[in-house]
Design a binder for this molecule. Structure first.
Ligand SMILES: O=P(O)(O)O[C@H]1O[C@H](CO)[C@@H](O)[C@H]1O
Ligand SMILES: O=c1cc[nH]c(=O)[nH]1
Length: 232
């Protein structure tokens, strides 16, 4: 048992899917896993373990933002021995050719968070996906005929920015979309020598103003889950 997760050590798999939304975690477990068992409800941040095509796999909600995410990733790795962490999140498109429900693989994650500046005494660490997981995800998407986009994403501390055009400076450098956790995932995975990948579904567009509903974000972003489960 850790501070935020009440599972016994062997109740969590080495591969863990990580949605921000704990109810997306519940949906993933109940929709995709064989014999899902809930191992965590501390803070209602649900975690489940089951099997997928016979392989043991877990899914753990992380909450929103780099600090919340970092707590769960740290404990999963250090207290439960997680070795492959795959974020399955929603994101806002910054590019006009990236549309609602498109799937984006985050090769790297820029951030406006100060977490890594603090860690590296003002230096800029470049949070990067694991090549092995990235390559497997590309192959999985191809074999399922799922179109993907891949590139740099922004992990932001702010969901609501002061100016609605703030995203444009990132978009001008070909950042594909904004979410709030991937930079923490890639940084923590690098520190502890485990594999990590963020697979994102576009839930809204900063370019067009289109949005999907909260229910859509909870229970319908299935292409990224299919890819994630092919990779484990
Ligand atoms: O859908 P999730 O995985 O929570 O991801 C995105 O959605 C939340 C904001 O609505 C942030 O956590 C952001 O990263
Ligand atoms: O962090 C996020 C997630 C989805 N959409 C956004 O605009 N931002």
């Amino acid at each position: 048992m850790s501070l935020h997760i009440k599972a016994q050590t062997n109740e969590i798999a080495e591969t863990v899917l990580l949605p921000g939304d704990p109810l997306r975690a519940k949906w993933i477990a109940e929709t995709y896993f064989e014999n899902p068992k809930c191992y965590n409800d501390v803070r209602n941040m649900f975690g489940y373990t089951g099997t997928y095509k016979g392989k043991k796999v877990s899914v753990q909600g992380t909450g929103m933002g780099l600090p919340s995410f970092s707590i769960y990733a740290h404990e999963l790795i250090n207290d439960y021995g997680a070795k492959k962490l795959i974020r399955v999140g929603s994101a806002g498109s910054m590019q006009k050719d990236i549309e609602l429900r498109d799937v984006v693989l985050a090769m790297s994650a820029s951030t406006n968070s100060a977490i890594n500046r603090n860690r590296f005494d003002g230096g800029d660490f470049a949070p990067t996906a694991s090549f092995n997981l990235f390559q497997k995800a590309v192959e999985a998407a191809k074999s399922r005929s799922i179109q993907i986009k891949a590139g740099n994403v922004l992990s932001s501390d702010l969901f609501y920015t002061d100016q609605k055009d703030d995203y444009k400076k990132w978009a001008a450098y070909n950042v594909l979309c904004v979410e709030m956790e991937a930079a923490a995932l890639y940084s923590i995975a690098a520190k502890f020598g485990v594999e990590a990948l963020a697979i994102l579904t576009i839930s809204d567009s900063l370019v067009t103003g289109e949005v999907t509903s909260a229910e859509d974000r909870e229970t319908t972003f299935s292409k990224m889950i299919d890819i994630a489960l092919d990779v484990i």
